[in-house]
Design a protein around this ligand. Sequence first.
Ligand code: HEM
Ligand SMILES: [Cu+2]
Length: 571
Amino acid sequence: MNDEHRQKSFWRTYVFSLDHKVIGLQYLFTSMAFLLLGFAFILLMRWQLAFPGRPLPLIGGLLPDAIAPGGVMLPALYNQLGAMHGTIMIFLGVVPLGVGFFGNYFLPLQIGAPDMAFPRLNMSSYWVYALGGVVMLLSFVLPGGPAQSGWTSYPPLSVVNPGQTVWLLGMTFLITSSLLGSINFIVTTVNLRAPGLTWRRLPLFVWAQLITAVLLLFAFPVLQSGAILQLLDRVAGTSFYIPMGLVVGGKMLERAGGGSPLLWQHLFWFLAHPEVYVLVLPAMGIVSEIIAANTRKPLFGYTTMVGSMVFVGVFSFLVWAHHMFVSGMKTSLSMFFMTTTMVISIPSVAILSCLLFSLWGGKIRFTVPMLFALAFLPMFGIGGLTGLPLGFLPTDIYLHDTYYVIGHFHYVVVTGTIIALMAGVYHWFPKMFGRFMDDRLGKIHFWGTLVGMNGIFMPMFIQGLAGMQRRLYDPTVQSHNLTTQFLSPYQLASAILLLLFQFPFLYNFFKSMTKGAVARENPWDATTLEWACPSPPPHGNFTSVPAAHRAPYEYSVPGRPKDFWPQWEKN
Ligand code: HEM
Ligand SMILES: [Cu+2]
């Protein structure tokens, strides 16, 4: 092999790879980095909330006076960090981790395919995502700084605030990436399933990824067009979202006017409600796999679970305006959205119940992935239950835009989804690297994470019920917030605790990649097809084309010698 060839093959193998597993790992490392960055931002914000007006410790002195004179962050910086926290966590962190990494790496393996249907498209979607991330990060050094209008970017604020143009450009890349990815996932699942892998034999993780891909495909184009209209409002002098006679800083905005700020809210939430299921469906799929493998019995209600996921998928397009109850909509309209919101809670309850009943009578193995998966159930449950008063018009009028909403969605996304994604990392680590992660460090990570997360988010319900609004730079300027202000330092302490307990995880992850105990091909004695290929799977995955002979979770089948009956074993 000459040098030139070797060099090309390095780039092809690790950078511009077409292999779904390498692309999956690229998504994993990139999204983990973004999750840490988004977390760093919120730590700074929580300092300001806990000790308003006091200089930031450690880094305060390093920040330029223009954004933090004397180390005290200015309101504009607080808003920038807030907007970028939400954007990074959702669009650059959780979705790329849940879909880009888990979907890319494990969907082809679970359906017994050698790769995704369109490897080149797959590579492009990663690089377009990375480009979107770079554009978002660039906004920190460009004049005007990053966006300041929240991840929801409501006009007219977003049309007049600096920084928003770069945000919109970044979003255009991120949305394009998701669209390319979703087409790939759908085609792969429909066309590349192994012989015998009928729809009724599909693992729940694959169902979850498939439905997620469909949601992305239908929801994102709406936000894409909405974002382009907002971009035109900012750079081309249009006024899609700018109302007549808008006064900014005491001056009338010189625009044609006649646009509607509410139009953006509709376009945004038409995407963003389905997006919340994009966040949680992959998590539910992962938890299902782990619960099945660690209870040694078939999942309770497979058909109910698939049906519920499909139902959630369809209905998620019919509830978006529950985010807009206070926008002055007609009662008849809010009644409609209130009803659909109550209806869509039913399948979530069904899924959670099926997972809970699956534990009944199982021989539960309390492995690290199982601990995380078990924690998902009550934590996501709290998130779901606290959603109900928000979907109920009379109570939402009080709770809207308070910390109660922040508490609700962090329970579903963080203690729910992120806990489940962590479970998935521990579960599939032996497949990816042929080695186990350390058990003791895993348990330390688990308990610290669980306590830290609850310590941050649980007080938010109290603060919200006491009337504390979200997006406040300094809550103490409103006297009614003084009663709950004492909670804030505890939340900051919990956030620091949460950060500290991520170090055992990072250490464990990187160390175990090369030094962990060696794992067999099927170390958990599981039944789905990804456990049939070598660990780590070679290029092309399977040594021979696998076939599926039965349903995905045939554990403890009476009369069998072993307590698991893999899909790929003929008899
Ligand atoms: C299970 C039933 C659920 C119900 C009834 C529900 C209801 C609601 C309602 C009505 C709001 C708007 C509140 C307001 O702004 O006044 C809301 C906000 C939110 N929900 Fe849920 N939700 C549920 C589950 C979920 C799930 C599963 C997720 C994500 C995985 C989620 C994520 C969010 C997010 C991100 C927001 C806030 C967005 C923002 O304003 O920034 N929700 N929820
Ligand atoms: Cu919603």
